[in-house]
Design a protein around this ligand. Sequence first.
Ligand SMILES: Nc1ncnc2c1ncn2[C@@H]1O[C@H](COP(=O)(O)OP(=O)(O)OP(=O)(O)O)[C@@H](O)[C@H]1O
Length: 429
Amino acid sequence: MISAGHVNPFPAPRSDVSAIQASHVYKIFGRRPESGVTRLNEGATRDDLRKQGLTAAVIDASFEVEPGEIFVVMGLSGSGKSTLIRMVNGLLPMTAGEMIIHGNDLGKLSKPALRKVRRENISMVFQHFALLPHRTVGENVAYGLKIQGLNRIDREAKADEALKMADLDGWGGYKPGELSGGMQQRVGLARALASETDILLMDEAFSALDPLIRRGMQDQLIELQRKLDKTILFITHDLNEAMRLGDRIAMMRDGRIEQIGTAEDILNDPASNYVARFVADVDRTRVLTAGSIAEPPYAVLGSDQGPQAAHKLLREHQPSWLLVVGRDRTPKGFVWEEDVARAVRTGQRELPFSDVHEMHTVQEDTAINELFELSAQHRAPLVVLDGHERVVGVIPRVTLLAAAGQAATSDVEDDPVLNDQADLEGIGA
Ligand SMILES: Nc1ncnc2c1ncn2[C@@H]1O[C@H](COP(=O)(O)OP(=O)(O)OP(=O)(O)O)[C@@H](O)[C@H]1O
C-alpha cells in the first residue's frame, strides 16, 4: 500500500533571517514610562497603570516576520496596532524591547543610520492615502525617489513602472483628486512599490474603501506579493481581511498579542476565549481552503498493483473506497466498492467493480465554499491536488460540512448525499 504523504499547505518560511524581529517590545505613554514596564512585570494590570496616568499601548510584544510573508496585525481600536507599526518603522521609540529590521537593532542605531534603514528597507501605505493634492499622480509616486537622490529620468521610469504594477497605467498626469478612492489608494501603493524597499507596512490601508473595491485591492495585493515577494506587515481591525491576506495573523488585545498563527490555527485552535469569541462569526467557508481540510487518503492503492492487492486492502481495512495513485502520487483513478470487492482499476487495465465512480479533483487553494456544489454533484469524496497534480488528500463531504461549522447531526441525517452509509463509513464517521 502506498501511503500518500500529507503536503503541508502552509510551508515553513523560507529563510532563517527574519525581515522583522520584535522581542519583548513595550510602549508606555506618560511620565516615567519605564516605571510602567517594571510595574507590569511585577503583575500590575493596564488599568492599574492608567490610574497612575500611564497608557500601556503595547505590552511585551514578540513576533518575527519572515521575508516574503504577509503578516497581519489584527485588533480592535485601541489595541495598540498603530503604536506597534510605528515602532517597526522607527517613528516611535520603544519604552523597552528590541526591534530588529534585517539585523539592524533600531533602538541602538544613530539617527542617520535609522533614517537609512527606514529609507532603504521600509515603505508605508496609509489609510488616508497621504497624497500631495497639488502634485500629479506621477509626481506623488516619484516623490520618495527624489529624497533617495535619483535623477529625474530614473524617477520617472520607476514611477511609470510602479503605476503599471498598481494597474494605473496612463494616470500619471492626473491630480489625485481626479481619481476615485480605490485608485488613490493604488497610487499610495504604487508610491510604496516605486521606492523598491523590501518591507511594506500597511496601516489600515484598505479600511476607507468600499467593500467591493476593498476586496479587489486585497486580491491585487496578494497577486503583487506573489510577483514581487515583498515582506508585508498589514494592520487591520477587520478579521475577514486579516484571514484573507495573512500568511500569519497576530491577534492583539489591550496592547498584548494574544495569539499568532495561520487563519486555520486561529479558527481551529483559538488560544483564548477572547480569540474564540472573536472568530465565532467568521465565514469559515471563505477562509479555509481545500488543502487545509483535506485528510490523507484512507486507502490508497498503487496503479501498478493488481486486483489481489486491492482485495487484501479491502479485506484488511474494509474501506468503502480506494484511491489509486501512480508512483509520483498523481491520481490515476477513483474506485468505489459498496460490499464485496470484485475488481479494481489499475493503470491501463480496467476491471469491473460493482460501482466505479469517476474521481473528482480540486486544487488545494480552492476555498471550501466553492466545494459544496462539487461535492453534492459528485457524491464522492473530492481528491485534493497540489500545484504539481499530486494528491494532497481527500475531502469526504462530512468533513466539508464540519469545517464549515454546519455538520449538526440533523444536517447529516437529513442530507441525502451524506446518508449514504458507504460514504459515512469511508471517512470513518
Ligand atoms: N501619543 C500617544 N499618547 C498617549 N496615548 C497614546 C498615544 N498614541 C496612542 N495612545 C494610546 O495607546 C493605545 C493604543 O493606541 P493605538 O492607536 O496604537 O491603537 P490601534 O489599535 O491602532 O487603534 P486604532 O485602530 O483606533 O488606531 C490607546 O489607548 C491610545 O489612546
